[in-house]
Design a binder for this molecule. Structure first.
Ligand code: HAM
Length: 428
């Protein structure tokens, strides 16, 4: 018989955790913990939650993040039905901008702070910290050019990370200038690199023609050495962008947010202008980027807006944050324990457990019992496995007397109590 496994680069989140391609996947309660910190933190920033569809028009993504990006050229899970082209969203910024325009959220006035949590899909080669279905949370601040908006997206992420207790990360930041800065810089970079093309890797040589700025992202020592004397984007950016960048840095400094300026930081999506940043963990090896973001004032026009809608945001990779948490020894809150495990001996008692559990659950207790008619020993073992705080033991005699033997699993104390008195005892 054929057996089925989850697709490589995807994984199951189980109550006690699981593993996928050598990676440990955190238990579902740890995911929920991270999510609860995200909801709480975003609430503190006055952000509202947005949930957009998993599938979006292919064009939105291609136009939004750039037809020549790796994501669009190589990594999209795209399909057609009839004449409609769909893509499983590789990110959420372009969808959020689509929703902002579609629902005319500008009409509400002011700035929209929208945050999200959900899965994204990229057909990358799976490896530690890199998946084909992964999860992002993010914040998009739409409708403001103010440098405080840029600084705020960064501090909101910092607050999530410190909310879960993560300590080791660095923030790298750069300014990409306005729409005109990049073509001039691109030209200078191509002029600098073209005579060195023979020394570049195949992929960088290809990028020299398609997307030269991406070469700056190289991890190869040899290429990094070649780039040592390359022209710097910071020398090409306009003075307004430079002022904006100085303001962002000043706001970050004001609130004690450390950062490293990285003139080579360009990001892998084309919609950015001005601020670009990345959060990295030193604990994750090659896939060290736990979050990235920046300003994307030009995206709105790419996806059909008549006006420029200034915006800035970030998205963080939840798997990577959870891996970094595990590497720092952060395991999240303890697993919730069952309050009462009902152990039944004999057919009559076994049937009684169902109604008894219902009665206790109605009193807001967490209750479990064996569903396989096993021996008392096996039932006790199960109660231990589920770390029950109390075990309620019922046989024919107890049933006749309308009582149970209630055992406190921590102290080992056992007493005879009526079913209706259990909540009082458990909550004492
Ligand atoms: P991104 O840098 O492509 O930016 O992705 C953000 C984060 O998602 C990365 O830093 C990483 O932690 C995680 N990530 C990306 N790909 C994978 C993968 N294959 N497996 C696991 N984790 C992954 C964006 O997506 C932009 N939308 C960020 C943004 C929001 N810019 C402005 N607003």
């Amino acid at each position: 018989m054929k057996t089925f496994k989850s697709i490589p680069g995807t994984f199951d989140v189980l109550p006690d955790g699981s593993s996928s391609g050598g990676d440990t996947i955190a238990p579902s309660r740890v995911w929920r913990y991270l999510e609860s910190v995200v909801h709480e933190t975003m609430g503190r920033y006055g952000a509202g939650e947005i949930r957009t569809p998993i599938i979006e028009p292919t064009d939105l993504i291609a136009r939004g993040i750039g037809a020549l990006t790796d994501i669009v050229t190589k990594e999209m899970f795209a399909f057609e039905r009839g004449s409609t082209h769909y893509v499983m969203r590789p990110e959420v910024t372009a969808p959020v901008m689509r929703a902002y325009l579609q629902h005319n959220l500008a009409q509400k006035g002011g700035t929209q702070r929208l945050y999200y949590i959900g899965p994204c899909f990229r057909a990358e080669r799976p490896q530690k910290g890199r998946y084909r279905q992964f999860h992002q949370f993010g914040l998009e601040v739409i409708g403001s050019e103010d440098a405080r908006a840029d600084a705020e997206t960064i501090t909101s992420l910092r607050d999530v990370l410190s909310g879960v207790g993560l300590k080791q990360y660095t923030l790298r930041i750069n300014s990409l200038g306005d729409a005109d800065s990049r073509p001039a810089y691109k030209k200078a970079l191509v002029e600098y690199l073209t005579p060195l093309a023979d020394e570049l890797s195949d992929i960088s040589r290809k990028r020299l023609e398609t997307n030269p700025l991406r070469i700056l992202d190289t991890k190869s020592d040899k290429e990094q050495a070649l780039l040592k004397d390359a022209p710097l984007l910071s020398d090409f950016i306009d003075s307004e962008s430079r002022d904006h960048h100085d303001q962002v840095k000043a706001f970050l400094t004001d609130v004690g947010m450390d950062f490293v300026e990285d003139p080579f930081l360009v990001r892998g999506l084309d919609y950015y202008s001005r601020t670009a940043f990345e959060f990295e963990s030193p604990l994750l090896g090659a896939q060290s980027s736990i979050a990235g973001g920046g300003r994307y004032d030009l995206l709105s026009k790419e996806v059909g807006s008549k006006q420029v809608v200034p915006a800035v945001g970030f998205a963080a990779g939840m798997e990577r944050i959870l891996l970094a948490c595990a590497a720092e020894g952060i395991s999240g809150p303890e697993a919730a324990r069952i309050d009462v495990f009902v152990v039944a001996l004999g057919d009559a008692a076994v049937n009684w457990t169902f109604g008894a559990a219902a009665q206790l659950r109605a009193q807001k207790l967490d209750v479990s019992f064996d569903l396989k008619g096993r021996s008392m020993k096996a039932q006790m073992r199960e109660a231990n496995r589920q770390e029950a705080r109390f075990v309620a033991i019922v046989g024919d005699d107890e049933l006749a007397a309308g009582e149970v033997q209630l055992k406190d699993m921590e102290t080992g104390e056992q007493s005879t109590v009526r079913l209706e008195d259990i909540p009082h005892r458990v909550n004492a």
